[in-house]
Design a protein around this ligand. Structure first.
Ligand code: ZN
Length: 176
């Protein structure tokens, strides 16, 4: 089922998520979120973005999104889509600055600095604890989605001037 995506300005995007147990109902939610993400041509979606409060996000970053061969090889061992319940970044290293977008802020994007590598632990769709280390764009997606679960949107990381620019552009597109 395709779910309605909350847009920037919605209070629902600002509510911190609650940890959950993996139930059959939440597996259905995860599947609906994947369907919604693929239809919207996104690479990640958090439960906040479909108006829910469960700590759940889904990610599917194609290897072709990665800048360099080394990162492609590193990430190629990670089975995607990632369905992550109660995700928590347990360690991170390095730094990268690059363009980010969000299905809740359609058709705009901006540069954000993130760690280059992150290790995230979570429960998978079967409720089994997993730990994954990702680099590059996939690491960026993990940061972006786990941020959503804290009520944080990528533009919050930008300086005021850059953020205003993105929001102005967003509002302009909306009124068209
Ligand atoms: Zn987002």
């Amino acid at each position: 089922m395709i779910l309605k995506i909350e847009k920037y300005g919605s209070e629902k995007l600002r509510v911190p998520a609650q940890k959950v147990a993996v139930t059959p109902e939440l597996v259905v939610l995860a599947e609906d979120m994947l369907e919604t993400m693929y239809k919207a041509k996104g690479v990640g979606l958090a439960a906040e973005q479909v108006g829910r409060t469960e700590a759940l996000c889904v990610i599917d970053v194609p290897l072709s999104c990665e800048d360099d061969e080394e990162t492609k090889v590193f990430n190629s061992g990670i089975v995607q889509p990632l369905v992550m319940f109660n995700p928590e970044i347990v360690s991170f290293s390095g730094e990268q600055t690059g363009r980010e977008g969000c299905l809740s802020l359609p058709n705009v994007g901006g540069d954000v600095t993130r760690p280059f590598e992150v290790t995230v632990q979570f429960l998978d769709i079967k409720g089994v604890p997993q730990i994954v280390t990702a680099r590059g764009f996939l690491a960026r997606a993990v940061c972006h989605e786990t941020d959503h679960l804290k009520g944080i949107i990528y533009v919050d990381h930008m300086d005021e001037k850059s953020r205003d620019k993105v929001i102005k552009k967003l509002l302009k597109k909306k009124s068209k």
